[in-house]
Design a binder for this molecule. Structure first.
Ligand SMILES: Cc1cc2nc3c(=O)[nH]c(=O)nc-3n(C[C@H](O)[C@H](O)[C@H](O)COP(=O)(O)O)c2cc1C
Length: 163
């Protein structure tokens, strides 16, 4: 369960997202970027379905959601409409096979702003079975952010059949 996003008072774009489980949600995006702080790691863990089971303080600070709002919420609470769907598909296929996934992700903040991360997601095992997933996010370089933003924009156009 996810609390609704408040509509920003500054200029924004509005999207209706449909998530993997059929949940539909209205999200708002502004062009306000929050810089990833130097020397910091943003971490979270999820269960097998991607429901958040742990977040660190940096996650709370960067996402803008409170700990109460995050715990038990689906990780798609951070899905940004500028991210191509295929990136998340690649993430899930990789970790469900028990492998490590790396990737650049543009995340949506509660206030409609965004932040870029370089994420590493690993499955955690108990008795040989995957029991959940952990993500550790590092600060990406500005040149890589620019490269990935251009690539993702092309991929989204292709997904919408506009390419
Ligand atoms: C451990 C873990 C961390 C994740 N971190 C993020 C994240 O930071 N941002 C994000 O948009 N999706 C993240 N995801 C992927 C989401 O679960 C979800 O697949 C994605 O937001 C797209 O959701 P949707 O296709 O249902 O809308 C993470 C998944 C896992 C397992």
């Amino acid at each position: 369960m996810i609390a609704p996003m408040p509509e920003p008072t500054i200029e924004h774009r509005t999207f209706e997202l449909t998530h993997y489980d059929g949940v539909k949600r209205t999200v708002y995006c502004t062009e306000e970027e929050k810089q990833f702080p130097d020397g910091c790691l943003i971490t979270s863990t999820t269960d097998l379905e991607g429901v958040i089971t742990h977040v660190n303080d940096a996650f709370i600070e960067m996402s803008g959601w409170s700990k109460d709002e995050l715990m038990g919420a689906e990780h798609y609470i951070l899905r940004h409409p500028d991210m191509p769907k295929v990136a998340y598909q690649d993430l899930w296929t990789t970790v469900q096979e028990g492998k490590k996934w790396h990737g650049y992700v543009k995340n949506l903040r509660k206030n409609g702003g965004f932040y870029w991360v370089y994420a590493t997601i690993v499955p955690s095992f108990r008795d040989g079975e995957i029991k959940g997933y952990t993500s550790v996010r590092r600060k990406p370089s500005r040149s890589k952010i620019n490269e990935m933003a251009a690539l993702y924009a092309q991929m989204i156009q292709a997904e919408r059949g506009e390419a």
